[in-house]
Design a protein around this ligand. Structure first.
Ligand code: FE2
Length: 345
């Protein structure tokens, strides 16, 4: 198991790099834009392939590294389904699993610091974002924060984990790196309250100044989406309506790039093949299934995913290896649904 806690000193942010083995797939949680070069260097040194980058919530104190990592590695960007960030490739709901090769994290919705806050549990540890900090809790006075919800997220969710669970937060301003649930229950001053009312009272009277970066970071972090217009400008995109008109035709091969969990929840476009995005490269290269399919049958490859992000990257990758008919459904199954396209479950 590879586990690295990485620190960004300006916003005192911890980011976490996870992988099951050298040479394998990697996931990074809460990356910071300014540290992207450092992450990529480490990923290279450890011979890892970054496949996912996730944020626990929309950050107000730093610009996320999600967009830059996506642009440079074509990884999948992940956040919770409540996020107002314009487009992330994949959105998780409470109870979903965030997986890469050999690593599986349980996503739990822990709102309160923001209304899009998630925590991720992996075996003996929890990545608690800004919901639970070491001897503190994330402020609840902006970004749709809610002290009452945070109380429930803490006392109803995180603090019910086994006492020995390691707590890895998104920030620490004192230099602490890790704690445990038991330790926080006993020594975290914010958690020594007798009722939700007492907690709300405490949180509503902190009188903290706004984070220095807030006016820059929040707008930037709301716009992490790929610019799908560029793919459209090259003629490689179909609107959902255009896709509906040709879906099911024998000369079209619809390819679903999403993960099984997304297919189950949102349904699939009838008669599509499933090629999860992380397996794309092996499928589009010479000898790969999609390469053979396109060349042997002359079918036009029509990719789709959740919001058009993974499929836009897939179109580019397919075009790069000479699959010149490859295109995608702009806006993904989200746009397809809104256009009234049929779905199979
Ligand atoms: Fe935060």
């Amino acid at each position: 198991m590879i586990f690295r806690q990485l620190f960004e000193p300006v916003s005192c942010t911890y980011s976490y790099l996870l992988a099951s083995r050298r040479g394998g797939e990697a996931l990074i949680i809460d990356p910071v834009l300014e540290k992207v070069d450092r992450y990529l260097q480490l990923i290279k040194e450890l011979n890892l392939k970054l496949v996912k980058a996730a944020d626990t919530h929309l950050h107000a104190d730093h610009i996320t590294g999600l967009g830059a990592l996506r642009d440079r590695t074509h990884c999948i960007t992940v956040m919770g389904e409540q996020t107002k960030a314009d487009v992330v490739s994949m959105r998780l709901a409470d109870g979903d699993k965030l997986t890469i090769e050999g690593v599986s994290l349980d996503a739990i919705y822990t709102p309160g610091h923001t209304d899009d806050s998630y925590s991720f549990i992996m075996g003996d540890r929890v990545f608690s974002g800004d919901t639970l900090l070491i001897r503190g809790t994330g402020r609840t006075d902006f970004q749709n924060g809610d002290a009452r919800q945070q109380y429930d997220s803490l006392f109803g969710r995180l603090l019910t984990l086994p006492e020995e669970t390691l707590v890895f937060p998104a920030h620490d301003y004192k230099g602490d790196t890790v704690s445990t649930i038991g330790e926080e229950k006993r020594f975290n001053p914010r958690l020594q309250v007798k009722s939700v009312e007492e907690y709300v009272e405490l949180m509503n009277n902190l009188k903290l100044p706004n984070p220095k970066m807030m006016d820059v970071a929040v707008p930037a972090n709301l716009h992490v989406g790929l610019h799908q217009e560029e793919i459209a400008r090259r003629g490689w995109a179909l609107s959902a309506q255009q896709a509906m008109a040709i879906a099911g035709r024998p000369d079209i091969a619809l390819i679903d790039l999403r993960e099984p969990i997304e297919r189950e929840r949102h349904g699939v476009i009838p008669s599509s093949l499933h090629v999860p995005y992380p397996t794309l490269q092996e499928n589009i290269h010479a000898g790969g299934m999609l390469n053979e399919l396109a060349k042997a049958t002359g079918k036009r490859i029509l990719f789709y995913c959740a919001f058009g992000e993974r499929s836009a990257m897939a179109v580019q990758a397919a075009q790069d290896v000479g699959l010149s008919s490859a295109c995608h459904i702009q806006g993904g199954i989200d746009a397809w649904k809104k256009a009234g396209g049929p779905l199979a479950h």
